[in-house]
Design a protein around this ligand. Sequence first.
Ligand code: PLP
Length: 386
Amino acid sequence: MNYITHLECSLCGRSYDFDKPQNLCPQCLRPLLVRYDFRKIKGKKPSQVLEPLRSMWRYKKLLPVLKEDNIVSLGEGLTPLIPAKRLGEELKISNIFIKDESLNPTGSFKARGLSSAISKAKELRIKEVVIPSAGNAGSATSAYCACANIKAHIYMPEDIPESFILECRATGADVKLVKGDISDCGREARRDLEKNDWFDLSTLKEPYRLEGKKTMGFELAEQFQWELPDVIIYPTGGGTGLVGMWKAFKEIEELGWIKGKFPRMVSVQSSGCAPIVKAFESGEDFAKPWEKAQTIALGLRVPSAVGDFLILRVLRESNGIAVAVDDEEIISAQKKLGYLEGIFACPEGGATLSALEKLLKMGWMNPEEKIVLFNTASGIKYPVKF
Ligand SMILES: *Cc1c(COP(=O)(O)O)cnc(C)c1O
């Protein structure tokens, strides 16, 4: 059904088997990436490879699940790419689109990664999983685990909006609240998973969530008739969205489906937690952990990402940039997306518009370029009081 060959360490390049559960590279403790051999489908047209499915599983030949029966799906992906005409008029730019991920199951793009990861967990006969989460990853894990009959243990900061706790419990997860941020949740989760036989689903600590995230890249390409946009602005926490899309572009380039330039990738973070921006600006290959991370954009409150060097590589290879925006700017951008485009964006989605405004002011792009903003979740999940 597909073309997976092995898992490869993103730092040292060592190979690992995909027929048993794997987390980080045991040698360098960095992420493993899924590798495929696409020679059999090279030169075929997308229409000969894609399935007529109304979910991200239309790309299943480019995804890691071996048996159709193991796919755990709630209809994730195939989200709208909305031409933002009124926003474009306001900003005096002519070619701006919003990829609205809020239409995913559980209301965020995290559904893509977890549909893929839980499908693989089912295939590998994993019975219990654990994940530290700032909210959206937890509720997506809980939902997909319910479908797969896998027990989910979710570790979330105790100051998380109650809606996330209720959502996780409603779909059957065991929720543990932890003092501190997602790094503290990760620490507690690791301590408990060693005592129990749980599989770690932390961001980029298993190889398959990234594979689900990469479908955002396939979709963008397909929605633009296999011609990539000039600039993609993405709110970056753990970095799976950005790194996943870049992986997708490379894979479909190998298949011969896209030609021409790749987009310049922009990472947006909150000025209250901007380790990637700091590392990018100071020319570092790895990011230092951020102290006292604080922001209303909960998905961006990631003080330390295990895939930091992968994010930085994508930014540099694509001629992109990293931008920090303040919480007040995020809130006014959220409002603007609401009254101009009818989208109640999450703060992370708002952050992409604040970044765009900054980049236009800096003259970093020209007004005719094709630009995509990502709204990664619905604003209704943790409404900010305007
Ligand atoms: C998790 C999350 C992010 C950050 O995602 P990464 O791809 O891991 O960087 C952004 N926005 C929202 C709403 C999220 O839940």
